[in-house]
Design a protein around this ligand. Structure first.
Ligand code: FMN
Length: 342
């Protein structure tokens, strides 16, 4: 039986709204402002273009991440299993959705536990950073990692989403020092992640000082969580508040550059509105190591495992052809490839 806690009710709403409604940001990612310089003589063989790399001790066959999406309900467990099986077959990385519901109701842990289906993938645990101001600490972070045998922990920062939710947790004061305590105590790397509005340079500096190893920029241009909350609103006034933020946020391309400028030592994951392999390749040329997607993988996983694997294979091929036509034989060369600003 599916347990209907307030959190799992919200999770079901989120999946339904993301599958059925138009929840796109009013902004674009900014990636359309960059082009690769075409190479008519790439001096490479297409099949020799190498997309593999080792990250956090795991070998990936493409620079792709299934971004944090879900967990906590029966439907979420099915989606997580499909996503994990696809990630294992294609050897890409995956994050699970916020594990708070399973920290609070341990019987729900199974809905996040995908290791049996994906023993070799880079797997990322997930908790909302703001929970550190609501009684969570190192212990809960450690439990989230152990619950799914994760390689790293994502702490997500979703201040605006919480602020437009009627039941939101909005006490974001004094969070950086609590993040620092978690980074210090945990034995796995900590990744800071937005959920679709990106990070500014001052944010990046605070997070770097706190000791995070990586930033997933999750910039604007894709799924907009204020739009999702607009569709969940219980009255007109709540809906108007959420709708006011349709154009909010730092576009993904700018957010990548913000990390590069403010903390060049940090490892960058790009996400937020990435929809093609060319988008992902551009992010890598701008400085990222990995490109993540949530919305498109949710839609594919809701269809079938085959559709999810096919989505990954198509993205992988697009990245490979893009690297070929830009003259980059591997991901290091892609990172050094110059983009033209248009
Ligand atoms: C249904 C759904 C649930 C999500 N839940 C989480 C979550 O629990 N934790 C998190 O860090 N991000 C969550 N996200 C945000 C995504 O990881 C991602 O940052 C955001 O959707 C932007 O990427 P996109 O434009 O490719 O969808 C969720 C996204 C979707 C579509």
């Amino acid at each position: 039986m599916e347990e209907v806690t307030p959190i799992s009710g919200r999770k079901s709403d989120h999946i339904r709204i993301n599958l059925e409604e138009d929840v796109r940001s009013g902004l674009t990612t900014g990636l359309e402002g960059y082009r690769f310089i075409h190479r008519a003589l790439p001096e490479l063989n297409l099949e020799d273009v190498n997309l593999s790399q080792i990250l956090f001790g795991r070998e990936l066959q493409a620079p792709l991440l299934i971004s944090s999406i879900t967990g906590g309900t029966e439907q979420a467990a099915r989606l997580n299993r499909t996503l994990a099986e696809a990630a294992q077959q294609t050897r890409i990385a995956m994050g699970v959705g916020s594990q708070r519901t399973a920290i609070e109701t341990p019987e729900l842990a199974g809905t996040f536990q995908v290791r049996p289906y994906a023993p070799d993938i880079l797997l990322l645990a997930n908790l909302g950073a703001v929970q550190l101001n609501y009684g969570y600490g190192v212990d809960q972070c450690r439990r989230a990692v152990e619950m799914i045998e994760a390689d790293a922990l994502i702490l997500h920062f979703n201040a605006l989403q919480e602020a437009v939710q009627p039941e939101g947790n909005t006490r974001f004061g004094g969070l950086a020092s609590k993040v620092a305590a978690v980074c210090k105590a945990l034995s796995v790397p900590v990744i800071a992640k937005e959920v679709g509005w990106g990070f500014s340079e001052p944010d990046v500096r605070l997070l770097a000082e706190a000791g995070v190893v990586a930033i997933d920029v999750a910039g604007a241009g894709g799924t907009s969580w204020s739009q999702v909350e607009m569709h969940r609103a219980q009255n007109e006034s709540q809906a108007r508040l959420a709708a006011a933020f349709v154009d909010w946020g730092i576009p993904t391309a700018q957010a990548i550059l913000n990390v590069k400028r403010a903390a060049p030592e940090l490892f960058i994951i790009a996400s937020g509105g990435l929809r093609t392999g060319v988008d992902i390749a551009k992010c890598i040329a701008l400085g990222a190591r990995l490109g993540g997607m949530a919305g498109p993988f949710l839609k594919a996983a809701a269809q079938s495992l085959e559709a999810t694997v096919q989505t990954v294979e198509e993205l992988r091929r697009e990245i490979q052809v893009c690297m070929f036509a830009a003259g980059a034989g591997d991901l290091e060369q892609l990172r050094r490839t110059e983009l033209k600003k248009v």
